[in-house]
Design a protein around this ligand. Structure first.
Ligand code: PLP
Length: 377
């Protein structure tokens, strides 16, 4: 099955009991048993629910893994992955990962004795130097945001294989439509499904897919023990959103490409950070490991004041955090998503006050360009 067909017919295709062409919302907490322990595969909805199972089976097929898991948010998904490790274990993590990833590792799991080192995942020497006897995994996000830094997943997976470490990849920005980390050597892939997978700004959810059955067993144990599950209604919303992932990603990509090209030709834009542009430092690796470049990127308008002006004037770009939905969103990372990073660290990373991030929606691209043109003027 090719990707677009898989997005429509993958996982559980409808409801065999009634012929309903989509999996219904099984809004239920418990299941009747014919005798003690005699049931139809479901006992209690924390352990398993048919609507949640449908989205779990679906994402597992789409990412090319053996088992999928749906959680109540991307952070719940990541936290459950980290709970696979033990007190005293250590992980090496990309230094420009999502702020919440940095926060949960450095302010929550460190208190439970799971330590993290943050490194540039493009610097092999730095990554190897950070590996300790207690290191269990390398975690990365590619492309990262807001600067869209691309990491070579296969290259990092070689290091992991040589050292017996698990490779965990946050695939939120690319989505399985463009990039499949498990095929590139990763062991665990996760998503904030709140973004492109849901795609309509109406659900907060997280998805995980694992390559090995044994890790799947362990993660199911954690999911059931800790209980950060996705509810049936949200699972259904996610299924509904994901059906159109292919057409949406194609449109996001086309629009983002055109806007990035247009911005790149303007003399009043200091820099455009889009991996689809040939002059982006990660362009070749992105082109090698992914089938597209995504729909979210950033550009530097020169100053914080000018960024403010752009945000005030745009009409079709909504000022909001988040990304990946049908409507275009705009934000200033230095004062919003990345505000918790100290100013000098932001400067080191290149997150300037004039940096504007856009999540390009699927509106008519002419309207989006006219909107930006007016706001920049
Ligand atoms: C939003 C996001 C997360 C966190 O997911 P939530 O669903 O908000 O909990 C993790 N990683 C990336 C790259 C994200 O954009």
């Amino acid at each position: 099955m090719r990707m677009k067909t898989k997005l429509i017919h993958g996982g559980i295709d409808g409801d065999p009991q009634t012929g309903a062409v989509v999996v219904p919302i099984y809004q239920v907490s418990t299941y009747k048993q014919e005798g003690v322990g005699q049931h139809k595969g479901y006992e209690y909805s924390r352990t398993g629910n048919p609507t949640r199972f449908a989205v779990e089976k679906y994402i597992a097929e789409i990412e090319g893994g053996v088992r999928g898991f749906a959680f109540s948010s991307g952070m719940a998904a990541l936290s459950s992955i980290i709970m696979l490790f033990n007190q005293g274990d250590h992980v090496v993590c990309g230094n420009d990962v999502y702020g919440g990833t940095f926060r949960v590792l450095s302010k929550v799991f460190n208190r439970m004795g799971i330590q993290a080192s943050f490194v540039d995942t493009n610097d092999v020497a730095q990554m190897e130097a950070a590996i300790q006897d207690t290191t269990r995994a390398i975690m990365l996000e590619t492309p990262s945001n807001p600067l869209m830094t691309v990491t070579d997943i296969q290259a990092v997976s070689q290091i992991c294989k040589a050292r017996g470490l698990k490779l965990i990849v946050d695939n939120t920005f690319m989505t399985p439509y463009w990039q499949n980390p498990l095929h590139l050597g990763a062991d665990i892939v996760f998503h904030s499904a709140t973004k492109y997978l849901g795609g309509h700004s109406d659900v907060v959810a997280g998805l995980v897919v694992v390559k090995d059955e044994s890790v799947g067993e362990e993660l199911h144990f954690i999911q059931n023990s800790v209980g950060a599950i996705l509810g049936p209604h949200d699972s259904w919303l996610l299924l509904k959103g994901m059906k159109t992932l292919g057409v949406r990603m194609e449109e996001h990509e086309r629009n983002a490409n055109q806007i990035a090209d247009w911005l790149n030709q303007r003399k009043d834009i200091a820099k455009v950070f889009y991996p689809g542009l040939a002059d982006h430092p990660g362009h070749d690796i992105a082109a090698k490991q992914a089938r597209g470049f995504g729909g979210t990127f950033s550009f530097d308008v020169g100053s914080g004041e000018r960024a403010d002006q752009v945000l005030r004037k745009v009409k079709w770009f909504t000022l909001a955090e988040s990304l990946g939905a049908v409507e275009s969103l705009i934000s200033v990372p230095a004062r919003m998503t990345h505000a918790s990073i100290p100013a000098e660290r932001r400067a080191q990373l290149g997150i300037t006050d004039g940096l504007v991030r856009i999540s390009v929606g699927i509106e008519d691209v002419e309207d989006l360009i006219e909107d930006l043109e007016m706001a920049l003027r």
